[in-house]
Design a protein around this ligand. Structure first.
Ligand code: 5GP
Ligand code: MG
Length: 184
């Protein structure tokens, strides 16, 4: 099994680019079907969702606009802090009457998406849903899991396909899971 090192940690291949491609296509079809005849405002959460978003929107067949939001919870560690310490991109955003789709790389505790959903509460959007490539049901503490979801994974730390470890690994086309410390 393919192993890589990032900073002080060792990671092993978990989900290949081919599996990701198939799943992204499946999720995109589900979204296109659900919003048939409607228009979407897509709100990807940066930085992690940049790659998933780029692949996903190419296969969403309803009219759409994109508006990027930056939000961070993780810092440089490998577990969720449960605190959103930064949110950017909601200024001059008018979502009244719009169908909004938040796009996330991975949902862990669910605090990030719930924070963003609360921040959008005053906007009077027609609907607000979440699409995520990955989610960790055992870590989730929110009320409802995202409406559109890809891979269910264990409560482990992953990198690649947009997701980082201390800002590294985002460019990897496959997803890797942490298996331990790097040997000296
Ligand atoms: P939550 O707020 O749901 O606990 O965490 C969501 C955010 O934390 C995601 O947007 C993602 O940026 C980051 N995150 C959660 N789990 C992982 C993981 O396993 N690996 C990486 N790289 N980031 C994660
Ligand atoms: Mg994120």
């Amino acid at each position: 099994m393919k192993t890589i090192h990032i900073h002080d940690l060792t990671f092993q291949l978990l989900i290949s680019r081919h599996e990701i491609e198939k799943e992204v296509l499946r999720v995109a079809k589900e979204i296109s079907h659900s919003y048939a005849g409607k228009e979407l405002v897509i709100l990807p959460i940066l930085k992690g969702a940049f790659m998933f978003t780029a692949d996903l929107v190419r296969h969403i067949s309803v009219p759409q606009t994109l508006h990027f939001v930056t939000l961070s919870t993780y810092g440089d560690g490998t577990s969720s802090t449960g605190k959103v310490n930064h949110i950017q991109g909601l200024e001059s955003l008018d979502l009244a009457g719009k169908h909004v789709l938040i796009v996330e790389d991975i949902v862990d505790s669910g605090f990030s998406i719930s924070f963003l959903q609360k921040s959008l509460h005053t906007q009077k959007a027609a609907s607000i849903e979440v699409a995520t490539l990955m989610y960790k049901p055992k870590a989730f503490q929110g009320e409802n899991l995202p409406r559109f979801k890809g891979f269910e994974i264990a409560n482990d730390f992953v990198v690649g396909y947009g997701m980082d470890y201390a800002q590294r690994g985002r460019e990897l086309p496959d997803v890797y899971v942490k298996v331990g410390e790097k040997e000296a």
